[in-house]
Ligand binder design. Structure first.
Ligand SMILES: Nc1ncnc2c1ncn2[C@@H]1O[C@H](COP(=O)(O)OP(=O)(O)OP(=O)(O)O)[C@@H](O)[C@H]1O
Ligand SMILES: [Mg+2]
Length: 266
C-alpha cells in the first residue's frame, strides 16, 4: 500500500541497568518523508534509532517496517531487511576504515551481499561517487585525503550502495563546518527527491531539523513530548520544552538561510 507508513514505531522501550532510556516511544514515518528527531544530549535519540535498526535489542514495543515486524525477525530475513535500512553517523572519518580506499569502502557492502562482478562493482562505485557530487577521481583516495565534507559524502554513498529505502541520519552533519553543512543538507534533500528516500533525521539542533523535516518529534528523558508536522510545530509549539529549544535557535543562520533559498529555487 503506497500510503501506508514505511515505518511505524509503537511503545518502544529500551533500558540500560534498569533505567529506561527509551520510554514508550511511538511515531510513524511516511514514505519519501523526513521525520526529525530532536532533543538534548542523552534524551534517547540514538538509542531509539539503534533499536529500530536492530543494532540494539529493544526491551519492549514494536517496529513495523513496510508491514514487517522488525523486532521479531530472525537472522536471514533480518539480513534481507538490513539492505533496505541504512545509517550515517556523525563522525565522517571515524566511520570510514582508514586503511581502505574509497573504492574499497564503497565496494564492501556490494561484496558482503554478493552483488555484481568486478566490473559491475567498479561501475557502481563511479555511479555512487557521481550521485554524491564527487567525481570518479576520488575512488583511489584514502579517508585521510578527504575533507570532513568529502568523507561524509563517501559515508552517504556507502549508505546508498545497496539502494535502501530508509536512511537514519544520526547527527550526520553536526561535525561539519557550517558552510559545508549546508551543502551536505542540500545533497541529502536532492537525494531524497531523486531516489524517493525516507529519512529519520536525528539532531539536537532544531534549526537544522526545521530545514530538513516534514514531521518533527521532540524527545526528552526517553519520551516523545511532542510530535507535529514541521510547520505546525514551529508556529504553535505545544510543549514548554519545545519552546525552550526554539529559544536556543540563533535568529538567522546565514548558511542555512542560503541553503533554504537555494532549495526553494530548484
Ligand atoms: N550502551 C549503553 N549502556 C548504558 N547506557 C547507555 C548506552 N547507550 C546509551 N546509554 C545512555 O542512554 C541515554 C540515551 O543515550 P542516547 O545516545 O540515545 O542519547 P542521544 O539523544 O542520542 O544523545 P546525543 O545527542 O548526545 O547523541 C544516555 O543517558 C546514555 O548515557
Ligand atoms: Mg546520539
Amino acid at each position: 500500500m503506497a500510503d501506508a507508513p514505511l515505518l511505524e514505531v509503537r511503545s518502544l522501550v529500551k533500558q540500560f541497568g534498569g533505567r529506561r532510556v527509551v520510554d514508550d516511544v511511538s511515531f510513524t514515518l511516511a514514505r519519501g518523508e523526513t521525520l526529525g528527531l530532536v532533543g538534548e544530549s542523552g534524551s534517547g535519540k540514538s538509542t531509539t534509532a539503534r533499536c529500530v535498526l536492530r543494532m540494539l535489542e529493544a526491551d519492549g514495543g514494536s517496529v513495523l517496517f513496510d508491514g514487517e515486524d522488525v523486532l521479531a525477525l530472525r537472522r536471514e530475513p533480518l539480513r534481507r531487511l538490513r539492505r533496505r535500512m541504512q545509517v550515517v553517523f556523525q563522525d565522517p572519518h571515524g566511520s570510514l576504515n582508514r586503511r581502505s580506499s574509497v573504492e574499497q569502502i564503497l565496494t564492501a557492502p556490494l561484496a558482503a551481499h554478493g552483488l555484481g562482478d568486478r566490473a559491475a562493482r567498479a561501475a557502481r562505485v563511479a555511479e555512487l561517487l557521481e550521485l554524491v557530487g564527487l567525481g570518479g577521481g576520488y575512488a583511489q583516495r584514502r579517508p585521510r585525503e578527504l575533507s570532513g565534507g568529502q568523507a561524509q559524502r563517501v559515508a552517504i554513498a556507502r549508505a546508498l550502495a545497496l539502494e535502501p529505502e530508509f536512511v537514519v541520519l544520526d547527527e550526520a552533519v553536526s561535525a561539519l563546518d557550517v558552510s559545508v553543512r549546508a551543502q551536505v543538507l542540500n545533497l541529502l534533500t536532492q537525494l531524497q527527491r531523486e531516489l524517493g528516500l525516507t529519512y529519520l533525521f536525528i539532531s539536537h539542533d532544531l534549526a537544522i531539523v526545521r530545514y530538513m523535516a516534514h514531521q518533527v518529534a521532540v524527545m526528552r528523558h526517553g519520551r516523545v513530548v511532542e510530535a507535529q508536522p514541521r510547520t505546525r510545530l514551529f508556529e504553535q509549539p505545544r510543549h514548554e520544552y519545545t519552546r525552550s529549544l526554539m529559544d536556543a535557535i540563533p535568529v538567522a543562520d546565514p548558511d542555512l538561510e542560503q541553503a533554504r533559498i537555494l532549495a526553494a529555487r530548484e
